[in-house]
Design a protein around this ligand. Structure first.
Ligand SMILES: O=C(O)c1ccc(O)c(O)c1
Ligand SMILES: [Mg+2]
Length: 636
């Protein structure tokens, strides 16, 4: 389908916006009036600039408070409209968006509204222009699409049709199924926005918190199914008002916008294809409408390895810390300065190879997690999919006979390797590393696998991260939570795949002094700040680590005094938890035990967890205890 975006979505001057939009490969734009008014380019020059960039101008907007006014005002409104029509002819924009009137003093008479919209359409028709009428969710009289359609139907003018905007429809909880009853030739334009669920004034929600499809919680696939069944074949145009996007560098935002649209198309295509066996209308739609068709998402089967970027000194310190955590030093890379540590199914690589990607990463960020290896069905397909969505691929230097692992560049500039089952079966570790021992590593501290990882994000990258994890890794966001760090709130959103084999928590904080904020600062941007490892016996693990001298996080006595007030809990168990600093959570699904190591150079730390029954959370209620303990250390 034709892919379009409103200039209001992104930051910059109009010229900068157009340049970014073209670079991201959009077909067309909606020109927002303010962007034009504040531009030094004349309408003709803007038209030329768009033509040079290969961008169509599909819509000019908005025109406000036209409908339901008295005669004198209507005359003035028509004069105002004539000026805009002149401008649109210069600009080469074929359609004007008219928002439903929001003035409390307007005349709420459908017949009058229809007559006035008819008169306006007649004027537009004289210049070959069209009018798309949009119900704002906070319109005074017209605020539902069905009502806007009623006005358009009554007005009955070929140059007047509807603009549907997913935000105005879905924010109110209106049923989009009725769209199917509207004749296709009256659906002039379609604006798409997602949003997080919020309970607030709908105007504020719309003007500040909209986001791109896939970044929020609206059912846009279901919405689009109705729109396409109605026969709409015009542009899919993103219209997002968002405070963070207005401030973020526009190139990144525009790439995200395009990625979100491709992803939406893919989901629509899958939905329509799934309908084919039961719905006779579905097949002709899939044949008529061109929808993005990338390689299928990877089947991720957990974390294969994690790679740390270090220098000599921090590498030695980290190696020591890992051994204290019960890891064995199992191998040394054949040609590079990379050490392999293993315990259970967990493989950690510590890289200080000069001139490598890791060393570059270290130069910029200090000791940090620079790469993640994910176990997948087909690594090359995973990378091909990323590339189809314009995510850059990564190919490192490899020595003779070393394993080539397909990889992508992640949002924080780290690398994600996709380790195919075939590569795993071939024993890719032994290909690259001289292993000390043929036996699998012992599980000294009872650690078995990676349970989850947590990444800190700078504020303006959070939505980028959500989209990346969703599109490229096939993760779904769970409900986002606000956690109280003594130095500020941290918003945390867990993303998981269908079988829970990959869980990533995304954390973001306005404050630089929270644990999340500090590590984001120390890492000069986002990055993994926390690796949670599962144990089959958390108490045995805690005993082992306490003895081996790993610095564990202190938990205040008050926490344990409070636990019996929150949970029915066995005295002996409580005593054990208190002695070893183990935290506890329980819900209907099961129980969760966990404890934390102290921070490694203010950047990352480890957590050891044990899940019982079907507990699928992350012990979020205990996060503030952890963050307080970490804050105390930072202050001391
Ligand atoms: O917030 C607004 O005023 C506004 C303007 C134009 C639109 O298309 C819209 O959806 C909202
Ligand atoms: Mg709109």
């Amino acid at each position: 389908m034709r892919r379009s975006i409103a200039t209001v979505c992104i930051s910059g001057t109009l010229e900068e916006k157009l340049e970014s939009i073209a670079r991201a490969r959009f077909d067309a734009v909606e020109i927002f009036e303010n962007d034009l008014i504040y531009s030094r380019l004349s309408p003709r020059e803007i038209r030329q600039r768009c033509a040079d960039l290969g961008l169509g101008i599909d819509l000019y907007q908005p025109f406000r408070d036209m409908d339901g006014v008295d005669e004198a005002r209507f005359k003035r409104n028509l004069d105002r409209a004539e000026r805009k029509f002149d401008l649109m002819v210069e600009l080469g924009a074929p359609m004007l968006l008219v928002c439903s009137n929001v003035q409390p003093g307007m005349i709420c008479d459908d017949a009058l509204l229809a007559a006035q919209m008819h008169a306006m359409a007649e004027k537009a028709a004289e210049r070959g222009l069209r009018i798309a009428y949009e119900a704002l969710a906070w319109g005074h009289h017209v605020n539902r699409y069905e009502h806007a359609w009623e006005i358009v139907r009554k007005a009955d003018h070929p140059h007047l049709g509807l603009c549907l905007d997913s935000f105005h429809i879905l924010s109110r909880g209106d049923d989009p199924a009725g769209i199917e009853q509207i004749p296709a030739e009256k659906l002039f334009f379609l604006q798409l926005a997602d949003a997080p669920r919020m309970v607030m004034d709908v105007l504020q929600w719309s003007r500040h918190y909209r986001c791109f499809p896939g970044q929020g919680t609206f059912d846009l696939v279901g919405f689009m199914e109705h729109v396409l069944k109605a026969g709409y074949a015009g542009p899919l145009s993103l219209e997002v008002f968002n405070d963070i996007f207005r401030a973020a560098p526009n190139r990144r935002t525009t790439l995200d916008a395009f990625e979100s649209l491709l992803f939406l198309e893919e989901q629509i295509r899958r939905r329509l294809e799934s309908r084919i066996p039961t719905d006779p209308a579905a097949r002709p739609l899939t044949e008529r409408i061109e929808l993005f068709n990338p390689p299928a998402p990877p089947e991720v089967r957990g974390v294969s390895f994690i790679e740390f970027a270090v220098d000599d000194a921090s590498g030695k310190a980290l190696g020591k810390a890992l051994q204290a955590l019960g890891f064995d030093h199992t191998g040394t890379h054949r040609t590079k300065s990379v050490q392999l540590f293993q315990q259970g199914d967990v493989r950690l690589m510590v890289n200080n190879e000069p001139g490598s990607f890791a060393s570059d990463y270290f130069q910029r960020r200090g000791p940090s997690i620079c790469a993640l290896g994910l176990a997948t069905d087909d690594g090359q397909r995973a990378v091909n999919r990323g590339v189809a969505f314009h995510v850059p691929s990564y190919a490192g230097r490899i020595g003779p006979n070393e394993a080539l692992i397909p990889a992508l560049r992640a949002v924080d500039d780290s690398i994600i390797y996709f380790v195919s089952q075939a590569l795993e079966d071939k024993g890719f570790l032994a290909t690259d590393f001289v292993m000390k021992d043929a036996k699998p590593a012992a599980s000294r501290a009872g650690i078995e696998r990676v349970d989850h990882i947590a990444q800190g994000y700078p504020f303006e990258q959070f939505d980028t991260g959500v989209l990346f994890n969703r599109v490229v890794l096939g993760l779904k966001p769970q409900e986002s939570m606000e956690l109280a760090d003594p130095n500020g709130l941290v918003r945390s959103c867990a993303m998981v795949n269908a079988d829970q084999s990959l869980r990533i928590a995304l954390n973001v904080s306005h404050s630089r002094s929270t644990v999340s904020g500090r590590s984001t600062e120390a890492l000069q941007g986002g990055g993994v700040h926390h690796i949670a490892l599962s144990s089959s016996d958390i108490f045995a693990s805690a005993e082992y680590l306490a003895k081996s001298g790993v610095g564990l996080l202190d938990v205040p006595d008050n926490y344990y005094d409070d636990l019996p007030a929150r949970f029915d809990i066995d005295e002996a168990l409580l005593k054990r938890m208190r002695r070893l600093g183990v935290l506890y959570d329980r819900n209907d699904e099961g129980a969760f035990f966990h404890f934390y190591t102290q921070m490694f150079v203010d950047r990352f730390f480890f957590e050891i967890v044990q899940r019982s029954d079907a507990y699928a959370g992350f012990g979020a209620s205990n996060a503030p205890v952890r963050m307080s303990a970490q804050a105390v250390r930072a202050a001391g």
